[in-house]
Design a protein around this ligand. Structure first.
Ligand SMILES: CC(C)(COP(=O)(O)OP(=O)(O)OC[C@H]1O[C@@H](n2cnc3c(N)ncnc32)[C@H](O)[C@@H]1OP(=O)(O)O)[C@@H](O)C(=O)NCCC(=O)NCCS
Length: 193
C-alpha cells in the first residue's frame, strides 16, 4: 500500500496535526481524563498527566512509520479538543479503520464530523486505500451519526464485537469504499456549479 503518514490538515474550524509532548497538559485537561470520552473505549480515563505523556510518547514512536495516521484535533486558537486516526487493518487489502474522540465539553458542534470528513478525504486523495470502515457500540449513537454524516454506509450489526469495563458491546459497522467517495465528490462538484 502507498503511504504518506500523518501530515497536517486544515479544515474550516480545525487543524489536525501530529501530537507533541507539549500538548500533554491540555490533552489531559480536555479529553484523556474525561470519563465520558472513555466510556465506550478500551482504555480507562487517565488519572495523571504522566499517563497522557506516555500515550503521546508512543505516538511519537509510531510516527516514524509512514503507515501511521493519527492526528490531534485542535481549534484554530491552538486548543486541543480530541484525536482522530485511521488504523491500517490490512496493507494487502488496502483497508483501514477510522476512530475519533472529542472531549465532552466540545460535543455536538460538528467537530468530529468535520475532522472525520477531512481525514477520509486525505486518505483517499493521498494513499491508494480502497476501504475505510468504522464501528461503534449500539449504545453510542452519536458515533454512528458521525459515520452517516460523512457518507459512510451502514453494513450491519456485529455481536459482542468488543469489550469495555461495562462488558461486551454489540456494534454497528459503517464503511466507505473508493468508488463511493469518488461518486460523492463528483456529485458535490455538480452541486457547486
Ligand atoms: C462520538 C463523538 C466522537 C461525536 O463527536 P461530536 O463532535 O459530538 O460529533 P458531531 O457533533 O460531529 O456529530 C454528532 C451527531 O450525533 C448526534 N447525537 C448526539 N447524541 C446523540 C444521541 N444520543 N442519539 C442520536 N444522535 C446523537 C448529534 O446531534 C450530531 O448529529 P447532528 O449534527 O445531525 O445534529 C463524541 O461523542 C465522543 O468523543 N465520544 C466518546 C468517544 C467515542 O465514543 N468515540 C467513538 C468510538 S471510535
Amino acid at each position: 500500500m502507498k503511504h504518506i503518514g500523518t501530515k497536517t490538515i486544515e479544515t474550516a474550524r480545525l487543524t489536525l496535526r501530529r501530537l507533541k509532548l507539549t500538548d500533554s497538559e491540555m490533552m489531559f485537561q480536555n479529553w484523556t481524563s474525561d470519563e465520558k470520552v472513555t466510556q465506550f473505549l478500551r482504555w480507562d480515563a487517565h488519572k495523571t498527566i504522566d499517563d497522557t505523556r506516555r500515550m503521546i510518547r508512543q505516538w511519537l514512536d509510531h510516527y516514524q512509520d509512514d503507515s501511521t495516521y493519527y492526528w490531534g484535533i485542535y481549534l484554530k486558537d491552538g486548543e486541543m479538543i480530541g484525536s482522530i486516526g485511521v488504523t491500517i487493518t490490512s496493507d494487502h487489502d488496502l483497508k483501514g479503520a477510522l476512530g475519533y474522540k472529542i472531549g465532552s465539553r466540545f460535543w455536538n458542534r460538528g467537530y468530529s464530523s468535520e475532522a472525520a470528513k477531512a481525514v477520509v478525504d486525505y486518505m483517499f486523495r493521498n494513499t491508494d486505500i480502497e476501504r475505510i470502515d468504522s464501528f461503534s457500540s449500539v449504545k453510542n449513537p452519536a458515533s454512528g451519526k458521525v459515520m452517516e454524516k460523512i457518507g459512510m454506509r451502514y453494513e450491519g450489526r456485529l455481536q459482542h464485537y468488543y469489550k469495555t469495563r461495562d462488558g461486551f458491546h454489540d456494534c454497528t459497522l459503517y464503511a466507505i469504499i473508493r468508488k463511493e467517495w469518488e461518486q460523492r465528490n463528483s456529485d458535490q462538484s455538480i452541486g457547486e456549479i
